[in-house]
Design a protein around this ligand. Structure first.
Ligand code: CMC
Length: 444
């Protein structure tokens, strides 16, 4: 038995550390989640906690999104995400996350009008796109250009009240769509298409991506509905890697644009939002006959292969990710109408079937996550693969802003600054260069 044990009492936790005993407060969330408050631990014991990957660490209290990973539950401000499937718009969900309540008609209209009003980019920003090579990944451009908004809106660096935040959020949520569309046009060498004030959020994005100067893109109703729902389902997911990044950067006092630009960088990684691109690559490889679904799953189980079944597994969900369930059902329903019989959907279904009946995936509780079906759907509505993660970022932006603001207005919020266990060399002397022995070793 170790000399460190933690016991729970209804009101606190009792920690025994060698000879010492100390009581630590127990926090209980509104859905009954419990946490041991260790804020005084180091001062009282000299010890820190060790939790690489933060799987057991609560970094904040938050009233925005609730996840029950065991049950497969996801709620925005208390509302189950399944309820957004029938008629909710991404704009109202964004307001719900930002403000805590669903907007009234007047609030909705005002915010929608702001989204329209702020859609244009300063011409100076437009010229910046020319500096990027054609082959630049759109996620790199997105992050750079969101950061660039800090240069064009110094008046929005310090946000002190909810109305200022609402205004800044409207600018950012609106302009990110224009930036995304221009990044796409740039990669194709196409002229930029200005936003159309008569179009709502989703059709305007598609218009800026796909219209030509001589031909207006007409957005089919099904495409609008599917993309609207995809954005809603990505809108927030509590303390994931990119949201935690936004909070960490914001905790230093960094402005909203810069903090969200950092969020884009975190989202880009293949283990996070970049997985939607990886899933499609995986499905394409199987479709092109390079490997069978059975062989792929076998490979994903072999640790030496470094291959993972992309779109499977989640830090929090140990059951179906409800977003994957919804996206899978939508893909099933809409794909025949949008893209005929897509062989990639068949392959995805087959992979899911094999994995869900395989003891490796069952024992580790690995289920399809949000990225497993989103790529097939995005492809069907005409979004190119290199824009998949950009669409994820557009969807996630309201969540990032809501978290940035929640942290900003939390009394006593401190700069994020984890500790470490140092494992390097102990104290030693500096040697002049002519007295050093050549070392071939690279330090890690
Ligand atoms: N394929 C094969 N094995 C897997 C997979 C997978 N997709 N995911 C996890 N495992 C195994 C892993 O090898 C480990 O096995 P063992 O216990 O034998 O060492 C076990 O399952 C636990 O995995 P972990 O890496 O410790 O879990 P994590 O919570 O650190 O990582 C994850 C979560 C999502 C990064 C991981 O499941 C993964 O890499 N999945 C594939 C990438 C992916 O789809 N990412 C999207 C995540 S959801 C949306 C988002 O966040 O943007």
């Amino acid at each position: 038995m170790s000399d460190t044990t933690a016991e729970m009492t209804p009101a606190n936790a009792l920690l025994t550390l060698g000879e010492k005993q100390l009581e630590l407060p127990l926090l209980v969330g509104s859905e009954g989640e419990r946490a041991i408050d260790i804020q005084s631990l180091r001062a009282r014991t000299g010890c820190i906690t060790f939790d690489p990957g933060y799987g057991n660490t609560g970094s904040c209290e938050s009233a925005i999104t609730f996840i029950d990973g065991e049950q497969g539950i996801l709620r925005y401000r208390g509302i189950p995400i399944e309820q957004f499937e029938n008629g909710a718009s991404f704009t109202e969900v964004a307001l719900l996350l930002l403000c805590g309540e669903l907007p009234s008609q007047a609030e909705y209209d005002l915010f929608s009008a702001d989204l329209t009003r702020f859609a244009n980019l300063d011409e100076g920003m437009k010229h910046q796109f020319e500096g990027f090579p054609r082959s630049a990944p759109p996620m790199a451009i997105l992050s750079a250009m969101i950061n660039s908004l800090s240069c064009f809106h110094p008046e929005l660096h310090a946000l002190d009240d909810a109305e200022q935040v609402r205004q800044a959020a409207a600018r950012l949520i609106s302009k990110v769509r224009t930036i995304a569309a221009y990044a796409f046009r740039h990669s194709r060498g196409l002229p930029y298409i200005y936003p159309d004030q008569n179009l709502r959020y989703v059709p305007n994005l598609l218009h800026m991506m796909f219209s030509q100067p001589y031909q207006q893109y007409v957005c089919p109703q099904l495409v609008r509905e599917a993309l609207n729902l995809i954005l809603i389902l990505h809108a927030d997911h509590e303390q994931n890697c990119s949201t935690s990044t936004v909070r960490l950067v914001g905790s230093s006092g960094a402005n909203l644009f810069t903090s969200c630009a950092a969020g884009v960088c975190a989202l880009w990684g293949p283990l996070h939002g970049g997985a939607n691109v990886e899933v499609l690559d995986m499905l394409e490889r199987i479709h092109q006959g390079h490997i069978s679904p059975e062989e792929y799953v076998r490979l994903a189980k072999n640790k030496d292969s470094k291959v993972r079944l992309m779109g499977f597994g989640h830090r929090v969900y140990k059951n179906f990710d409800p977003r994957a369930r919804m996206l899978g059902a939508i893909a099933e329903r809409l794909l025949p109408q949008l893209a005929g019989n897509d062989p990639l959907l068949e392959i995805a279904r087959r992979l899911e079937e094999i994995a869900l009946s395989d003891s490796y995936f069952i024992e580790r509780k690995l289920y399809p996550n949000v990225d497993f079906y989103s790529g097939v759907l995005l492809r069907a509505i005409g979004i190119p693969t290199n824009m998949f993660t950009v669409v994820f970022a557009i969807g996630r932006l309201p969540g990032w802003i809501a978290h940035w603001w929640e942290q900003n207005r939390t009394p006593g919020s401190r700069i994020g600054r984890p500790r470490q266990i140092y494992t390097g060399a102990q104290e030693r002397d500096y040697r002049p260069i002519d007295q050093r022995i050549e070392s071939k070793r690279m330090t890690s």
